[in-house]
Design a protein around this ligand. Structure first.
Ligand code: NAP
Length: 360
């Protein structure tokens, strides 16, 4: 199979570097185009990231010599690639316009940014939960006059720690009513260099701008339905979130309490539902899909970021501490790798789903 040429905008940043690492030797995609801010443009990628390459593996040979483009010049990517992974850190309006411009140029855009998460005809996809939301793409193309262009986005990274476990229960016939959660989010979630070390060592920061709103609203779109040329949010679920930044390098944790709407599964039933949850049909054989989207830990002191974030290519959600809740019905702790499953890896999985669905 001839590989599909892809580009990464924001390629020099925390998420961008993870794309470069994860796409090295990808069986379907090949990075042919990298771009970042004008300050990094017009030099080989290896020079643009010199002194700030954060990955444990070396810069992939095929990318190190690529000349970095200016991410603001969508026209320059047009003849170099078919799909753009967007991981630029810019003002929301600027990102929204820029991603539209890439799609106008006939490119498929898969984004980590929040700019289009609530654009009604843009699917916000967690492949194991709402792959069918991609069905809106023909309507998106038609209304925007795009022949090959499209935009699909990922949700906020912290949402990943609890959405698959909750969705698995809803799918098994146990809809939820109310959710209260507290996230403990890793430093890498703030990009590089992120907050000053002196604010974080021996400390917890009880505020991440905009994060609580995202945690409370984005799940409703993910659980929503396609209606013509819009995705209609799910209703009847109230979510209350606390989001905190903790001195962990990678791996977002969420402590979650759930109230069920009607039937209430017992703890053994919940464990079985999570263990059996497969999400995507096996026959799709998407290269980045984990064998099991949810791994259940029964040890009382798991999940832990250092021990569990890298299970199954860092693409799985690990849950543990499942027990009765004295206020709601049940509680558990979920964990995922925020820059892989929650960012670059999750977006690559979405791109694989687009390819499998013949949208590229
Ligand atoms: P980051 O480390 O700060 O990297 C930002 C990237 O954007 C760099 O490549 C930077 O290029 C580029 N950039 C900055 N200003 C630009 C401009 N004016 N024009 C063009 N490019 C510009 O940020 P990050 O953590 O990778 O996050 C990127 C995006 O993904 C953000 O929207 C973030 O919210 C989202 N996200 C992050 C995570 C995570 O876990 N980190 C998870 C999910 C989503 P230079 O190097 O040239 O400055």
């Amino acid at each position: 199979m001839q590989k599909i040429p892809v580009g990464v905008i924001g390629a020099t940043g925390m998420v961008g570097q993870n794309y470069i690492r994860l796409l090295d030797a990808h069986p379907w995609f090949e990075v042919t185009c990298v771009a970042a801010s004008p300050g990094s443009a017009n030099q080989p990628y290896r020079d643009a990231v010199a002194g700030r390459w954060l990955m444990a593996s070396p810069i992939p040979e095929g990318v190190s010599h690529l000349i970095v483009g200016d991410a603001n010049r969508a026209d320059q990517a047009r003849n170099q690639c078919r799909l753009i992974f967007s991981a630029v850190n810019m003002k929301k309006d600027a990102v929204a316009a820029l991603e539209m411009e890439y799609a106008n140029q006939g490119l498929a855009v898969v984004s980590n940014n929040s700019a289009h998460r609530h654009t009604p005809d843009v699917p916000m996809v967690i492949p194991e939960i709402n792959p069918h939301h991609l069905e809106i793409i023909p309507a998106q193309r038609k209304s925007r006059g795009w022949d090959k262009g499209l935009i699909a986005v990922k949700s906020n990274c912290s949402v990943q720690s609890y959405m698959a476990p909750i969705y698995a229960l809803i799918k098994a016939g146990f809809p939820v009513n109310r959710i209260i959660l507290t996230t403990l989010q890793a430093l890498s979630g703030a990009g590089y260099p992120g907050p000053a070390a002196i604010d974080l060592v021996d400390n917890i920061v009880p505020y991440i701008g905009g994060e609580e709103e995202k945690s409370e609203i984005e799940p409703l779109k993910i659980l929503g339905r396609v209606d013509g040329n819009a995705i209609v949010n799910a209703s009847g679920i109230d979510i209350s979130a606390h989001c905190t930044r903790v001195p962990v390098t990678d791996g977002h944790t969420a402590c979650v309490s759930l109230e069920f709407k009607e039937a209430k599964p017992d703890l053994d039933e919940i464990g079985t539902i999570w263990r059996r949850f497969s999400g995507l049909p096996q026959e799709l054989a998407l290269p980045s899909a984990p064998k099991r989207p949810i791994i259940v830990k029964t040890e009382p002191d798991r999940p832990q970021p250092r021990k569990d974030r890298d299970l199954d290519k860092s693409m799985t959600v690990t849950v543990g501490r499942l027990r009765k809740c004295n206020v709601f019905d049940v509680r558990f702790i979920g964990l995922h790798h925020n820059t892989v499953r929650g960012a670059a890896g999750g977006a690559i999985l979405t791109a694989e789903l687009l390819q499998a669905g013949n949208y590229l």
